[in-house]
Design a protein around this ligand. Structure first.
Ligand code: MN
Length: 420
């Protein structure tokens, strides 16, 4: 990657989308057509139009239906060499020294749109969804709150990336607003459970990776080849109702407290684009089993932020964390997911679990930030939050920054509406 490369399209210094990014997404055009797209600065690039105009002629695998699609699954299935060729074509086409498209105003008008002219949609058809629990700071915080300091981490935690199979039907794209869930819960002062709207509405700051290569039942992904099965990453807000969760989770784990909405950012950023942000993973003690031993830089230095915006009010930055804090990296997660022969499919999502850091302002959930409601957060307008109020908007952002180059994911935005 050339850190200094520039595009003939304008890119603001604070943009997440320089020419080095080239994320992939699905957009609805003003004429209602749904196509695959990428983005540079605030311009959306219609890849179906580029195909029709012959710009992908050099890539034989790309056929008519690949970009004229309501999901990226067909494109992703073509495999890593094809994603890489497509990225290369796009980077060359929009390089400031290449005026082939820049000077062709009729082509340009078919290919380029302003970001405000399109609707960004869920980028993949999600088959299966797993949620891990890979942040040691988060697992420790939650453990201290529920079991005390002595037993904070369960005995298995440092030996395997703990996870559970979640629900894909309620994974939605940024901009989708979610009603506060109703359900059964048992407040500590009550003898019997009650039914009603959740009072302890929370977010979880997570990143997810999207599976890019399937396996057959019975196969396992070797940890050194895990990244060949990963198309890219996005922001994942795993909305959680702590009171529903607290009552239902024993003994089979999270269920209705977790599956009423998970909000992802619309652009999938490839591992190729994130290469410059690679960093060492935290040291693991005790030593992990051989199938979980990874070498090289498998973690990513990505700044993560959570903001709360009350209705009509301003944004309040309440959390600053980093993807590199994850104890278990994405290669370890995928190796573990498949070690028993469980098959995976293109479009599957694997979320990290809440990514908390070591300091109090880096905790990735309200549960931790307010320590179960005992230390409310004060917002700019003077109001307090123990958890999320109705009509609050939760905004998550993620980006890497190195030597003046910023590559980011955009946003996951979700307003919490009153219970239905
Ligand atoms: Mn989660």
């Amino acid at each position: 990657m050339n850190i200094n490369q520039k595009s003939w399209l304008t890119v603001d210094a604070k943009s997440d989308f320089p020419i080095q990014n080239i994320p992939f997404g699905i957009v609805r055009l003003p004429n209602k057509e749904v196509v695959a797209a990428t983005r540079i600065g605030d311009k959306v690039i219609n890849m179906a139009a580029l195909y029709e105009l012959g710009y992908f002629q050099s890539i034989n695998e790309i056929a008519e239906n690949v970009f004229n699609s309501s999901s990226l699954n067909n494109f992703i299935e073509l495999g890593k060499p094809v994603w890489q060729s497509v990225r290369k074509v796009l980077i060359e086409l929009f390089d400031e020294k290449n005026d082939a498209l820049e000077k062709n105003s009729s082509h340009r008008s078919k290919v380029l749109l302003g970001i405000s002219e399109v609707e960004t949609l869920l980028p993949v058809e999600v088959g299966d969804y797993t949620d891990f629990y890979s942040s040691i700071e988060h697992a420790t915080n939650v453990g201290i709150m529920f079991r005390g300091k002595e037993n904070a981490l369960m005995p298995n935690w440092k030996h395997l990336p703990v996870g559970y199979h979640g629900r894909s039907s309620s994974i939605v794209v940024s901009g989708t607003n979610i009603h506060r869930p109703k359900g059964q819960m048992k407040p500590p002062e009550q003898e019997v459970p009650v039914f009603g709207a959740s009072k302890l509405m929370d977010f979880e700051l997570e990143m997810a990776f999207v599976c890019g290569k399937k396996t057959e039942l019975g196969e396992s992904v070797n940890i050194e080849e895990a990244e060949d099965h990963i198309f890219g990453m996005l922001i994942f807000n795993d909305l959680s109702a702590r009171d529903i969760q607290g009552w239902e989770y024993v003994p089979l784990g999270p269920f209705l407290g977790k599956n009423f909405g998970s909000v992802v950012s619309p652009w999938i950023v490839t591992l190729d684009a994130l290469d410059v942000f690679r960093t060492e993973s935290p040291e693991q003690q005790p030593e992990v089993l051989p199938y979980l031993k990874s070498s090289g830089k498998k973690s990513f230095d990505l700044n993560l932020e959570v903001l709360i915006q009350p209705e009509g009010g301003e944004e309040n930055l309440i959390c600053q964390s980093n993807h590199k804090y994850l104890y278990w990296n994405i290669s370890q997660q995928l190796a573990h997911q498949t070690v028993n022969g469980c098959n995976i499919n293109v479009g599957d999502m694997y979320a990290s679990g809440t990514i908390s850091g070591p300091t109090e302002n880096s905790f990735g959930s309200m549960l931790e930030l307010t320590w179960r409601g005992t230390k409310p957060l004060k917002l700019n307008d003077g109001s307090e939050r123990k958890f999320i109020n109705d009509m609050d908007t939760v905004i998550m952002r993620a980006y890497g920054e190195k030597d003046g180059l910023r590559i980011g994911f955009g946003e996951s935005v979700c307003k919490i509406l009153p219970a239905k």
